[in-house]
Every structure is written in structure tokens, then in C-alpha cells.
Design a protein around this ligand. Structure first.
Ligand code: FAD
Length: 286
């Protein structure tokens, strides 16, 4: 099913993100994660794409398992920064062959030693190629706090509008820990004429390593309330897990109370975390 149709329902949708295995021998582990997430009733499951094509074939394989074996809608991520248009065409053919209808079209992060020129400079170019290649439903990334490379948020939103106009069906946000940043972003995007669904991405932070990594990688603001929790519990794994799940649950309740109809969980390959959050929301989401 196309995700744009799933997002068009009145009930709150929830989806989870996973990453493909690094090694071939770990596929069964990831399939097991997919089985558990799909048992939770996720509306769709997204599969990340490794930069440098490191896991590109694996993304298709996992997405195909989600779709064919679990009869759950799959969203395959695809990045373009270090691909040629020929390679992208091959990827799109593979996706089509495997019955994948939904693609998260991304530029990808520039490799550290990147000197360019690249075949693709921005996600918008990939989006155009995807539409030239078939009838895909296309998602794209957005950043409530602005993308790290863009000095001015207004410019970032202007680029986002161009990207959406090139044929984006829905957007998924970078993780955020302060819902007010998301609400402000919704006003700003609406004012810029962006009307496609914007799915908030919630990352439950359940251990000390994640606190550090998430701030470094995403540049997301950590509110004082969250930092106080991390400060108090990060040395105690079970308490940190409980507090992180409670924080994410609280964020989601606030989003739904404010009329948001879509939730994307960055629980990655930890189905137990998704399960605990959903159990906290059993009456609210279903
Ligand atoms: P773009 O939309 O191309 O934007 C990149 C930057 O270029 C922005 O600063 C934008 O303002 C600017 N820009 C856009 N157009 C123009 C223009 N015409 N002129 C000048 N500047 C312009 N990475 C992975 O490697 N694999 C994944 O699976 C993955 N999944 C992700 C999922 C989500 C929901 C999110 C939010 C991010 C994901 N990423 C993933 C990370 C993403 O690849 C990086 O954040 C990357 O740096 C930007 O990708 P983009 O598609 O947002 O780029």
C-alpha cells in the first residue's frame, strides 16, 4: 500500500524504523526484529540505507521481507550523494521488482573525504529521477531545527518547499526532544505553503551512549528536563531505559493531544522499546 493512503486515515498511524544487517549472517536477527514490530501492528516499517552503498542491497532485501513475508507496508530509504544515475536506476529497478512502492528519498551525508563533483547534489534531483522511473510514493526528510548545513532556517524551509513541489507525498522529521520546536516548524512550513503530512520522528533515548550519540549526530536540542533525567539515570541502565521510554511516551501523548495523527518511532532494531511505548499508549493509539 502507498503510505500517502495510510496517512490519509483518521486513526493515528504509527511506524517504526529499522536498519539492515551489516553482515549477511545477521539477516535472521533483523527478520526477527521485523516479525516483532509487525506483530505490534505497525502501519509501515522503514529500512535505512547505508551510505556508500554499504548496505544498499540489504535494504531492498529487508524491505522485501517486510512486504512479502509480513504483508506489512515497507518504506525503503535511498540516498544519492555517492551514486551515479545509472546506479540509482538499478536500485529503482530492484525496488520495483520486489514490489516496494514507497521510497524515502534522501541525499545522504557527504562522506568526510568528499571533494565532489557529485552526480547528485540534493535530494530533489533524486526525487525527480524516482518519478521518472515509476509510480512510487515518495517520502523525504525535514528538520524542525533546520538542517546542519543550512545557515538560515528560512532558506532551509524554502529548499524544503522546492523539494516537496518536485513530488513528495509526505515528510518525516529528524528526531526532536522538545515538541514546541515541532509545533513551530508546522506553522513555518504551513506558512511556506507545504501541505503534505509531516510525520514526527520520536527517538526514545534509553541508554547513556545514545544521549551522547544523538546530540552529536542530529544536533537536536536537548531540553533541560531531558538533560536532568539523563544526568540522574544514565549510570543506571534499567532506570535510564524506563525514564527514556516514559519521556518518549510523554512526547507522543502531547503530540496526539495536539491533533498530530502520525508517529514514527526511531526504535531502530529494539522492538522491545517499541512494545513498551505502545503498551503505554494502548488506549490512545488504538
Ligand atoms: P536535502 O534535502 O538535499 O538537503 C540537504 C541540505 O541542502 C539542506 O541544508 C538543504 O537546505 C540544502 N539544500 C537543498 N536544496 C538546495 C539548493 N537547491 N541549494 C542550496 N542548498 C540546498 N541518511 C542515510 O545515509 N541513510 C538513511 O537511511 C537516512 N535516513 C534518514 C531519515 C530521516 C527521516 C532523516 C531526517 C534523515 C535521514 N538520513 C539518512 C540523513 C540524511 O541523509 C542527512 O540529513 C543529509 O545530510 C541530508 O539529506 P536530505 O535528503 O535531507 O538532503
Amino acid at each position: 500500500m502507498k503510505i500517502r493512503e495510510l496517512l490519509n486515515h483518521d486513526k493515528v498511524s504509527f511506524s517504526c524504523e529499522i536498519f539492515p544487517p551489516k553482515k549477511d549472517r545477521d539477516f535472521s536477527e533483523v527478520f526477527n526484529v521485523v516479525d516483532q514490530i509487525s506483530e505490534l501492528g505497525a502501519d509501515y516499517i522503514s529500512v535505512t540505507y547505508g551510505a556508500g552503498g554499504s548496505t544498499s542491497k540489504k535494504t531492498v532485501e529487508v524491505a522485501s521481507y517486510i512486504q512479502k513475508k509480513r504483508q506489512t507496508t515497507a518504506l525503503a530509504h535511498l540516498t544519492c550523494i555517492d551514486s551515479t544515475s545509472e546506479q540509482i536506476r538499478e536500485q529503482l529497478t530492484e525496488l520495483k521488482k520486489n514490489g516496494i512502492e514507497n521510497i524515502m528519498a534522501l541525499r545522504g551525508d557527504k562522506p568526510v573525504d568528499f571533494t565532489g563533483p557529485a552526480h547528485y547534489n540534493y535530494a530533489i534531483e533524486l526525487i525527480r529521477d524516482i518519478h521518472d522511473s515509476g509510480d512510487f510514493c515518495v517520502g523525504a526528510a525535514c528538520y524542525p531545527e533546520g538542517h546542519v548545513e543550512c545557515a538560515h532556517k528560512r532558506e532551509d524551509i524554502a529548499h524544503l518547499k522546492e523539494k516537496v513541489d518536485a513530488g513528495v507525498d509526505f515528510l518525516t522529521t529528524q528526531m526532536f526532544f522538545d515538541n514546541n520546536l515541532f509545533y513551530k516548524f508546522l506553522y513555518q512550513t504551513l506558512a511556506a505553503g507545504i501541505t503534505v503530512p509531516i510525520v514526527p520522528g520520536i527517538m526514545p533515548i534509553i541508554n547513556a551512549r545514545q544521549v551522547k550519540r544523538s546530540t552529536e549526530l542530529s544536533g537536536s536540542t536537548m531540553p533541560t528536563r531531558f538533560l536532568t533525567i539523563a544526568d540522574k539515570f544514565s549510570d543506571d541502565p534499567l532506570s535510564m531505559e524506563q525514564a527514556g521510554i516514559a519521556y518518549a511516551t510523554d512526547q507522543i501523548i502531547d503530540l496526539i493531544a495536539n491533533g498530530v495523527k502520525y508517529i514514527h518511532l526511531y526504535t531502530m532494531n529494539r522492538p522491545r522499546t517499541a512494545e513498551k511505548i505502545l503498551s503505554n499508549l494502548s488506549h490512545i493509539i488504538r
